[in-house]
Write a protein that binds this ligand. Structure first.
Ligand code: HCA
Ligand code: CU
Length: 361
C-alpha cells in the first residue's frame, strides 16, 4: 500500500503552505490515482490546516485519511474534532533524544506513549505509532516501545528514517525485526542520501506493507520517496495493478503549480525529458517500437513521446517528423539532415516542416 504524505510531510517543504482549497484539490487528485492512505496534515499546526483537513474529511474520498499528531492530548483532541478515522502519533525514544532533547527517561516516554495511544484508541481512532528517528534508536528502546504499543493494540507502526541515514541492507534487517513483532509495518524514508526508494524497496522485501511517499518527493530537506516512482515500481516489479498511473503526471503538475516547486528535467516519469529520445540511433529504433528505449511506455503515464531534433538526429528522425506533415521526399530528408547536423541548436518539428517546404518550392 501507499500512504501519500504530500499534505503533511510535503507541507513541511520550505515555501509550501496549502490553503484549505489547495488541500482539497490535491486530495481529490491523489484519490484519483488510488493511493491507499492520505496523510491529510497536522491539525495542531494552524487553524487553517485544521480547516483543510475537515474539508478533506467532508469530501468523502476513497482513501483512508490520517492526521498527524504529537503524543499530546491537545493534538489528539484536534484530530478527533477533525474526524479523520486514523491518527499518526510520533515520539522519538532514542537515548539521544530522551536525554539531550526532552530530558526524560525511557519510562517517562513510554508513559506518554501509553497515555496518548490509549486516549486515541478509547475515542475510536485507528492508530499508527512512529518512534521517530527509528533508524538511529537503540534496539532495546524500540523493543520496549513495540511491546507496549502491541499491548495497546495500535493498528500500525511506522519505521521512520527521519534523517535519511539508513543503508538499504541495514534497513532490511531493522524492518524484519519490526515485522517479527506482528504489527503491520509502515516505512517513512527520507532521501538525504538519495536512498529513500532503495530503502523502501528493501522494507517491502522484509515484509513492510505500506510505504510513505509524496508527490514530486517533496518534504523536509531533500524530501522522501517520490510517489510516481513508487507507484511505477510497485506496478512493474511487484505486479500491483491498482494505481492509475496515467493520472500521475497531472498530479505532479498540479502540486508543482500549487507549491511553486518544479521537478528536474530528468526526473523519472514526471520530468520534462522522461519520454524524450534524442540520439539518431535511439530514434531509429523507437520509431519502429518504443520499447527498444522505453521500459515505461509514455502513454501508460499520460505522457507524450517526444522525438527531439538536433545534430544528434539521423535520417529516421527527419523522416518521422516530415511524415507527420505529409512530406515524404528523400532529397529533402538528406538536405535537412545536413542542415541540422551543421548546427548546434535544436529544431522544432514545425521549423523542420517549414524548411522542407521552402526546399521543395
Ligand atoms: C516529522 C518527522 C517525521 C515523522 C514521521 C511519522 C519523520 O514529524 O516531521 O510521524 O511517521 O520523518 O520522522 O516526518
Ligand atoms: Cu519525515
Amino acid at each position: 500500500m501507499i500512504l501519500d504524505s504530500t499534505l503533511r510531510e510535503g507541507e513541511q517543504t520550505p515555501g509550501v503552505n496549502f490553503s484549505p482549497e489547495d488541500r482539497l484539490r490535491i486530495g481529490i487528485a491523489l484519490d484519483e490515482v488510488g493511493v491507499d492512505f492520505i496523510e491529510a496534515g497536522h491539525p495542531a499546526v494552524s487553524d487553517e490546516i485544521f480547516e483543510g483537513v475537515r474539508l478533506l474529511v467532508n469530501q468523502g474520498l476513497n482513501a483512508n485519511l490520517l492526521a498527524h499528531s504529537r503524543a499530546l492530548k491537545s493534538d489528539i483532541d484536534l484530530v478527533l474534532k477533525a474526524e479523520t478515522p486514523w491518527i499518526g502519533i510520533f515520539l522519538c525514544v532514542s537515548d539521544n533524544c530522551l536525554r539531550r532533547r526532552f530530558g526524560i527517561t525511557l519510562e517517562m516516554a513510554m508513559e506518554r506513549i501509553e497515555e496518548a495511544v490509549t486516549y486515541a484508541k478509547d475515542h475510536g481512532l485507528r492508530v499508527r505509532f512512529t518512534p521517530e528517528d527509528t533508524t538511529r534508536t537503540e534496539w532495546e528502546n524500540l523493543k520496549a516501545v513495540l511491546s507496549l504499543v502491541r499491548e495497546l493494540r495500535v493498528d500500525r507502526v511506522s519505521i521512520a528514517d527521519t534523517t535519511g541515514s539508513a543503508h538499504p541492507l541495514e534497513f532490511y534487517d531493522l524492518v524484519k525485526r519490526f515485522v517479527d513483532f506482528g504489527i503491520p509495518v509502515n516505512v517513512h524514508c527520507h532521501n538525504d542520501l538519495g536512498l529513500a526508494l532503495a530503502n523502501a524497496l528493501m522494507a517491502i522485501e522484509a515484509g513492510a506493507s505500506l510505504v510513505d511517499a509524496t508527490v514530486n518527493g517533496i518534504g523536509e530537506r531533500s524530501g522522501i520517496v517520490d510517489l510516481a516512482q513508487l507507484a511505477a515500481v510497485l506496478t512493474y516489479h511487484y505486479g500491483v495493478r491498482k494505481y492509475r498511473l496515467e493520472k500521475l503526471y497531472s498530479l505532479s503538475r498540479l502540486v508543482s503549480e500549487i507549491t511553486g516547486i518544479g521537478v528536474q528535467d530528468n526526473s523519472p516519469i514526471v520530468g520534462r525529458n522522461a519520454f524524450t529520445h534524442k540520439a539518431g540511433l535511439h530514434v531509429s529504433a523507437v520509431v519502429r517500437d518504443p520499447s527498444f528505449y522505453e521500459f515505461l511506455p509514455a502513454e501508460t503515464f499520460g505522457r507524450e513521446r517526444v522525438i527531439y531534433v538536433d545534430r544528434f538526429a539521423g535520417r529516421d528522425t527527419i523522416r518521422f517528423h516530415l511524415r507527420r506533415f505529409g512530406i515524404e521526399d528523400e532529397g529533402v530528408v538528406e538536405a535537412l539532415l545536413r542542415k541540422v547536423k551543421s548546427s548546434r541548436r535544436p529544431f522544432t518539428p514545425e521549423a523542420l516542416a517549414e524548411e522542407a517546404r521552402r526546399m521543395m518550392t
